[in-house]
Design a protein around this ligand. Structure first.
Ligand SMILES: *[C@@H]1O[C@H](CO)[C@@H](O)[C@H](O)[C@H]1NC(C)=O
Ligand SMILES: *[C@@H]1O[C@H](CO)[C@@H](O)[C@H](O)[C@H]1NC(C)=O
Ligand SMILES: *[C@@H]1O[C@H](CO)[C@@H](O)[C@H](O)[C@H]1NC(C)=O
Ligand SMILES: *[C@@H]1O[C@H](CO)[C@@H](O)[C@H](O)[C@H]1NC(C)=O
Length: 410
């Protein structure tokens, strides 16, 4: 039996909203809404390759070749001037606005619970690496201060990376401002970031242990802000094919149904890592199975153990592994069963349609699966395809972090 002091405290606090309450909220709680990346175009194999690289896993040969061909096609299109007719495919579907500096400069960033750096395109990013991104200019902020001698670097596998210098400045999300937040200004970004014109950077929401600033590591925005919040929690209410919301400091009862089921988190490696208890496919009986994974809002797909994934696609007629796409594909008109993931006492049911990630061909005949194998990553990655099916609480209570899962209206 897991004690639930936070839930209890929240119930009391919520009951007190709007009336004279003995519980004084601190700065409080707030909601931020995502915005759509208008240039987004879904491409499943590219998402898979990106995720494997993010976690240092090897990209299967066929998929690597496919990605190289796409890059070549892009360069060819650009030099023949037909880039317009051949829209770029972007990685991040939804972004969230934050404000940096005084007066505030707004940038749209990817909220990523799988990393711990807040990095942005900046006035120090080479002009030829910027393709429409909003940049943070520390010279235009009265509150910016350079952190002398500090640098950062994030590598996604060995292919792509971003790196740069560090400032401290005021960073506002919703209505909470953290003064002196480390803002990592990019001096180099890899091509995949340059291509995504609307994505101005990343906002890390994993544990500060993963922060890459050296020689002295920095705290994440959330670790600073937690002191100002009523409770050290944030919640993700991500949606299928629409923008979702992130709440900070509050668990909003109107966003889920039933009760929240909590599972302990092992944050020793900096991730929101937890154990799954099993799974079922469609209406088949639940299969107990223990496997570790991380909750990653910055990953689009769900990567699960190969055997689990195989079991799922056995129930999809026409599904097969496509060497060149690096994962499972199926006819776009296939009927997909729900996939049920066991998390503690909860069973998170991912509707079949969520698992139809996107077509891989112009004709829209063959589709790429939203559930793929975690191959040699070493753990599962519970990305947006799965997170969208639940209301998820990221509770960073010191010493006993945990994740809460509740069902919601889909
Ligand atoms: C922040 O916004 C929330 C609503 O979104 C409000 O309840 C809270 O009082 C605000 N806090 C401050 C300090 O303005
Ligand atoms: C909870 O969410 C609902 C629906 O999004 C919103 O109207 C309400 O203001 C939120 N309540 C709090 C306390 O944030
Ligand atoms: C998952 O379970 C294993 C075996 O019981 C345990 O060693 C490990 O710490 C657990 N992982 C997490 C993230 O709780
Ligand atoms: C699974 O159960 C639901 C509800 O009982 C039913 O509507 C659906 O047809 C069943 N699916 C299959 C594949 O049997």
């Amino acid at each position: 039996m897991v004690p639930q002091p936070i839930t209890f405290a929240l119930t009391v606090a919520l009951a007190g909203f709007g009336s004279a309450s003995p519980i004084q909220p601190k700065v409080g709680t707030f909601t931020v809404s995502q915005v759509s990346n208008v240039n987004f175009k879904a491409h499943g194999p590219a998402q898979l390759a990106k995720t494997l690289l993010k976690y240092g896993a090897s990209v299967p040969d066929g998929l690597a070749q496919n990605m190289a061909n796409r890059d070549a096609a892009r360069i060819a299109a650009r030099s023949s001037g037909s880039a317009q007719a051949n829209p770029e495919q972007h990685d991040i579907q939804y972004l969230t606005p934050i404000q940096i500096g005084t007066p505030p400069q707004t940038v749209n960033v990817d909220f990523d619970s799988g990393s711990s750096d807040l990095w942005v395109f900046s006035s120090e990013t080479p002009a030829d690496s910027i393709k429409g991104q909003a940049v943070y200019d520390p010279k235009k902020s009265k509150t910016a201060e350079e952190v002398k001698g500090a640098s950062w670097e994030i590598t996604y596998g060995d292919k792509s990376s971003s790196s740069g210098v560090v400032y401290r400045d005021a960073v506002t999300v919703g209505n909470i401002t953290v003064k002196g937040q480390a803002v990592e200004a990019a001096t180099t970004v890899s091509a995949q970031f340059t291509r995504d014109a609307n994505n101005d950077g990343l906002f890390g929401l994993a544990f500060s242990a993963l922060n890459t600033v050296h020689p002295k590591q920095e705290l994440t925005w959330f670790d600073h802000a937690a002191k100002e919040l009523d409770h050290p929690v944030w919640t993700a209410d991500l949606k299928y094919h629409k923008a979702g919301t992130y709440d900070f400091g509050v668990i909003n009862k109107s966003k889920y149904a039933g009760k929240i089921s909590y599972i302990d988190v092992d944050s020793s490696n900096g991730f929101w890592m937890f154990n799954m208890s099993g799974y079922s496919v469609g209406n088949s009986t639940f299969k107990p199975a223990q496997f570790q994974g991380i909750a990653d809002t910055g990953t689009t797909l769900a990567l699960l153990p190969a055997q689990v994934v195989k079991d799922y696609y056995k129930a999809v007629s026409g599904a097969k592994i496509d060497y060149f796409q690096g994962g499972y594909v199926f006819p776009c008109n296939a009927k997909l069963p729900n996939f049920v993931l066991g998390v503690g006492q909860a069973k998170v049911s991912i509707p079949g349609k969520y698992v139809n990630y996107a077509p891989i061909d112009v004709a829209g005949k063959t589709c790429f699966g939203g559930i793929q194998s975690d191959d040699d990553v070493g753990f599962s990655i519970i990305g947006d395809v799965a997170l969208k099916a639940a209301f998820v609480v990221f509770d960073a209570t010191a010493g006993k972090p945990r994740l809460g899962w509740a069902s919601k209206q889909l």
